[in-house]
Design a protein around this ligand. Structure first.
Ligand SMILES: C[S@@+](CC[C@H](N)C(=O)[O-])C[C@H]1O[C@@H](n2cnc3c(N)ncnc32)[C@H](O)[C@@H]1O
Length: 392
């Protein structure tokens, strides 16, 4: 078996699998890089411009992956052509009644089937993340940000690579959040404040009476650190921002430093709460109670509402007298039949919490107006709320 050159020092990535493929009568292998821990495809053939989009799509649907050896821009065109085929309306597609949990699960199934098919188009990467194909962009920095320093020859899907490039562009450009005092630069895999509605809610809701110039606030599950920065800009002296994800922690620390808030915001790794009590505790948990299909979806899906219930259950023990917990939660799950309002209110009550007030904002993102989206009804009706909660 012809193998890739030396794999370099032992790191966490040495546990990543290799992907073998036949080429010129030999078997080669390289490190498999995925952006969401999917295993490498088991059947791989080499392909270039001689393959038609119909052939490529047919092979991908049957589970054969295509390692591209042609021009990089032609690979992008082929991926678009495959996507058009994947998006053709299926005669027998099952939908389930609109607004039902069944409709949502069928929608997710169809999405993941589409993703499986489109990720069959593979791109080789050299040991320094250079793409050894004609007219390929220089994506070395983008890959290093997503996967760490380059080590050895590898293969990834073009779809994953485009995601990595997109994430690099967001990270470089940043998102202007005036309420946070500047631009927030999301890292690869970290929940980005692209939808601004919830930031607006946190920037205008009245601070609880317990918040004084010397108060402490917690931001539980800080992601990019955006809400911690908003709280600091609102005058809270000391904010402790937690997250479990090392990518989020690194990202939040970088944003805090860029915004000049290092002395005011402490970013710590914790499962939900840090030690102690605060006058204000903010949490924007993932809003859909379902299992994420990859680590990239951890910002959206909260299996069995673990983070939501953990936040609520421990909140009273982390509030000073007169303090408030601010829960930011979209009601999309209610419109999709995944949660009901009564069970949310019951969770507040069983956690020893009462609702002080609720501030709401409708969606402003373009998907809410997209009538071709199978979840359009639910998305158009979605309201994001900031629930002000206090211990009873
Ligand atoms: C929806 S994102 C919100 C990020 C950020 N607060 C914002 O509003 O943009 C949820 C965040 O919670 C983090 N998270 C999930 N479970 C957690 C836990 N048990 N403890 C701390 N953070 C957690 C995720 O890593 C993610 O960064």
């Amino acid at each position: 078996m012809a193998s890739a050159p030396s794999l370099g020092p032992v790191t966490e990535r040495d546990s990543l699998p290799n992907i073998p493929w036949p080429e010129d009568g030999k078997t080669f292998e390289a490190r498999w890089l995925s952006h969401n821990e999917t295993p490498p495809p088991t059947r791989v053939i080499v392909a270039d411009e001689k393959m038609t989009a119909d052939e490529a799509y047919g092979l991908a649907c049957q589970g054969t992956a295509l390692l591209w050896r042609g021009d990089f821009q032609d690979a992008r065109r082929l991926l678009n052509a495959m996507a058009r085929r994947a998006d053709r309306p299926q005669r027998k597609s099952r939908r389930g009644p609109a607004g039902s949990a069944e409709a949502f699960h069928l929608y997710r199934q169809a999405k993941s089937q589409r993703a499986r098919t489109l990720k069959a188009l593979l791109i080789p990467l050299d040991g320094d993340y250079t793409i050894p194909l004609r007219r390929a962009p220089d994506i070395r920095q983008a890959c290093a940000e997503a996967w760490g320093p380059a080590q050895t020859r590898s293969v990834t899907s073009l779809r994953a690579l485009l995601g990595v490039i997109g994430a690099h562009e967001w990270r470089t450009k940043g998102i202007d959040i005036p309420e946070a005092g500047g631009r927030i630069h999301p890292h690869f895999g970290v929940f980005a404040p692209i939808r601004r509605e919830y930031v607006d809610l946190v920037s205008v809701a009245p601070l609880p009476p317990a918040c004084t110039s010397t108060s402490v606030a917690f931001d539980i599950g800080t992601g990019t650190g955006v809400l911690a920065a908003v709280l600091a800009r609102r005058g809270i002296e000391h904010v402790v921002a937690t997250d479990l994800d090392p990518r989020a922690l690194a990202c939040a620390r970088e944003n805090v430093a860029r915004l000049g808030l290092e002395g005011r915001i402490e970013v710590v790794q914790a499962d939900l709460y840090p030690d102690g009590r605060a006058a204000l505790v903010v949490c924007n948990p993932p809003w859909l109670p379902a299992r994420p299909s990859s680590s990239m979806e951890h910002g959206i899906y909260d299996p069995e509402s673990r983070m939501l219930r953990g936040f609520l259950g421990h909140l009273p023990a982390h509030l000073v007298p007169g303090g408030e917990g601010w829960l930011i939660l979209s009601d999309l799950a209610e419109h999709l039949g995944l949660r009901d309002r009564a069970s949310l209110l019951a969770d507040f009550a069983s956690s020893g919490l009462r609702v002080v007030d609720r501030h709401e904002v409708p969606p402003r993102h373009p998907r809410a107006a997209d009538t071709t989206d199978p979840l359009h009804g639910a998305r158009a009706a979605e309201i994001t709320s900031l629930w002000r909660l206090a211990a009873r």
